[in-house]
Design a binder for this molecule. Structure first.
Ligand code: UDP
Length: 234
């Protein structure tokens, strides 16, 4: 299969004879801090594919379009080919990460209402935080599209936060990417996994996401396995 795009954690392949679809392959590489910290973590791709597939199916069931078509194998997912917005949309429920660093806040404070932040998806610029005026200046999306993206991001938050909560996990924050499907509809693309979400055990507060790798908090696979077990109802 021809490679369309290779990122830090995934490879996207063309599907022969299927212009509208592609295959996402989940790799075992972990990166953090602008890829200055890297590691090979055997089996991570399998867990992220499994967790992302569950979450995409959940969203589809609740009427949110995603690029997910089906899980093909341990590491492969069949998806619709989408025209990607060059945006990273972060939704936060509890203070953590760059929000604390930037604004001098303490980690772990519950926000009165979910906070949505937009980042410009450009590696060479280190994905800067941008405001709406920048989105329009850079022609990343128009007013109507941004409104639709923000509404969908909050809907996704409501759905997956409730889902995680019912499985004993706190959804602290997460990153979404959006695209237009071949039929023109707005959809959640990329992945939703412990690589892109902060997830804490609701009882113990244990961090089960990529912060384990970022800050050497413990075995990453153990955290991701716990997330998968919980979302599978275990
Ligand atoms: N995130 C991501 N990809 C990025 C940046 C952030 O998936 O390139 C996720 C991250 O895992 C966290 C949320 O978005 O769940 C918010 O990240 P933050 O802005 O706090 O940045 P960080 O401190 O994680 O770099």
């Amino acid at each position: 299969m021809k490679v369309l795009y290779e990122g830090k954690a995934k490879i996207v392949y063309e599907v022969e004879g299927e212009q509208d679809k592609c295959v996402v392959y989940f790799k075992d590489s972990a990166t953090a801090f602008d890829a200055t910290k890297r590691a090979h973590i055997e089996g991570k791709g399998i867990l992220n594919n499994a967790i992302s597939s569950i979450l995409f199916q959940l969203l589809e069931g609740k009427g949110i379009r995603t690029h997910f078509i089906k899980k093909l194998s341990d590491r492969e997912m069949l998806v619709w080919r989408a025209r990607r917005y060059e945006l990273e949309v972060v939704v936060r429920n509890i203070t953590a990460g760059s929000l604390c660093k930037r604004l001098g806040l303490k980690e772990g404070e519950k926000l009165k209402k979910p906070l949505v932040e937009l980042f410009y998806k450009r590696d060479e610029l280190h994905d800067p935080l941008i405001c709406l005026e920048h989105v329009f200046l850079l022609n990343l999306a128009d007013k109507k599209e941004v409104k639709e993206i923000l509404r969908m991001a909050l809907d996704v938050n409501r759905i997956i936060r409730g889902f995680f909560k019912s499985h004993g996990l706190l959804l602290v924050d997460f990153k979404l990417e959006f695209g237009r499907l071949p039929d023109g509809s707005l959809a959640v693309i990329d992945e939703i996994s412990p690589d892109t979400c902060r997830l804490w055990d609701a009882k113990t507060g244990e961090k089960l996401d990529k912060d384990r790798f970022r800050f050497d908090l413990g075995d990453l696979m153990e955290g991701y396995r716990k997330v998968l077990q919980k979302v599978q109802g275990g």
